[in-house]
Design a protein around this ligand. Structure first.
Ligand code: C2E
Ligand code: MG
Ligand code: MG
Ligand code: MG
Length: 291
């Protein structure tokens, strides 16, 4: 009987695994042509100053418009893109598109925004990263001060010395760096002080229960204090409620991002959330959407 059970378990497991592998292969095939077919697009989520409520920047977040499955979020394909190496080409597209879009907004007379782009581990480690960033800036005409790269602690801790050297190269170009999902990774506090970064981003898992969990409140306010002692700015992600916002503001957090202010939106929708262009020239008002 035990033997039967074992066999059944095994069969069950195998067919599950096959289905899983098959799904992965199909997805990988789709991912390969998605870039050529123009199936990716970027949404932009506003980053808001907690003191005056102004939008000073946006984070670019990729979406895949799959011809059969509809919109697919990055959590479902970025890991596969990483594993397969596709992330290099995809990441390059994201970088270039974000820079082109931001420069188009600036040309149209909008108050300049800083655009943040997520960079995943393999992308960060690739030897061509710095050159790709330089090329995206050059081709778009956007000044480096308007670009920020978001990296996670995991990226940095894989090879600390090399990562710090690469961050310094990016920084030397005039591009800013921030640590995404801070508090969920494994970076040591002693390593943190050697990172040439400008911002810490409090992970949304610590934001969710602000006002309900004294543990999370302690963590959030400690991260804010730590950031400020290190002369860094601090932003909270995943801010959904007024209660979370007031806790963060009262505890000195500089910036926030989350559904409370806006979900990630299309370039067209973003314009409705911003003050209108300052220039009077009608030709400059024609706002170009970059895809
Ligand atoms: P992330 O960089 O930490 O981005 C924050 C995620 O939280 C985004 O999910 C965003 O839509 C979501 N979010 C924003 N506000 C709220 C809120 O108030 N509540 C909740 N519950 N969620 C909120 P998204 O767009 O699904 O992206 C997931 C992750 O995928 C990102 O996490 C990032 O790590 C990765 N990713 C997204 N775009 C790119 C990209 O272009 N390149 C790379 N390498 N990774 C990307
Ligand atoms: Mg991010
Ligand atoms: Mg994050
Ligand atoms: Mg995240």
């Amino acid at each position: 009987r035990a033997k039967d059970l074992g066999k059944n378990n095994c069969q069950f497991y195998t067919s599950e695994m096959n289905a899983h592998i098959e799904e992965k292969l199909t997805m990988l095939e789709g991912l390969r042509c998605a870039l050529d077919e123009g199936q990716f697009r970027l949404l932009y989520q506003p980053k808001v100053d907690l003191r005056d409520g102004s939008v000073f920047g946006v984070e670019a977040l990729v979406r895949w418009d799959h011809p059969q499955h509809g919109v697919i979020g990055p959590d479902r394909f970025i890991p596969l893109a990483e594993e397969s190496g596709m992330i290099i080409a995809l990441g390059d597209w994201v970088l270039r598109t974000a820079c082109l879009q931001n420069q188009a907004w600036q040309r149209a007379g909008l108050a300049p925004l800083r655009v943040s782009v997520n960079v995943s581990p393999r992308q960060f480690e690739e030897s061509g990263l710095v050159q790709r960033v330089a090329q995206a800036l050059q081709d778009s005409g956007m000044a480096p001060e308007w670009l920020e790269l978001e990296v996670t602690e995991g990226v940095i801790m894989r090879d600390l010395q090399q990562a710090v050297a690469k961050m310094a190269e990016v920084r030397a170009m005039g591009v800013s760096l921030s640590i995404d999902d801070f508090g969920t990774g494994y970076s040591s506090l002693s390593a943190l002080k050697s990172f040439p970064i400008s911002t810490l981003k409090i992970d949304k898992s610590f934001v969710r229960d602000l006002g309900r969990s004294s543990g999370d409140e302690a963590i959030a306010s400690s991260i804010i204090g730590l950031a400020h002692r290190l002369k860094l700015r601090v932003i909270a992600e995943g801010v959904e409620t007024e209660q979370q916002r007031s806790f963060l503001r009262d505890n000195g957090c500089d910036e926030m991002q989350g559904y409370l202010f806006s979900r990630p939106v299309s370039p067209e929708q973003l314009l409705t959330l911003l003050p209108p262009p300052v220039t009077a020239a009608p030709v400059l008002r024609r706002l170009r959407v970059v895809t």
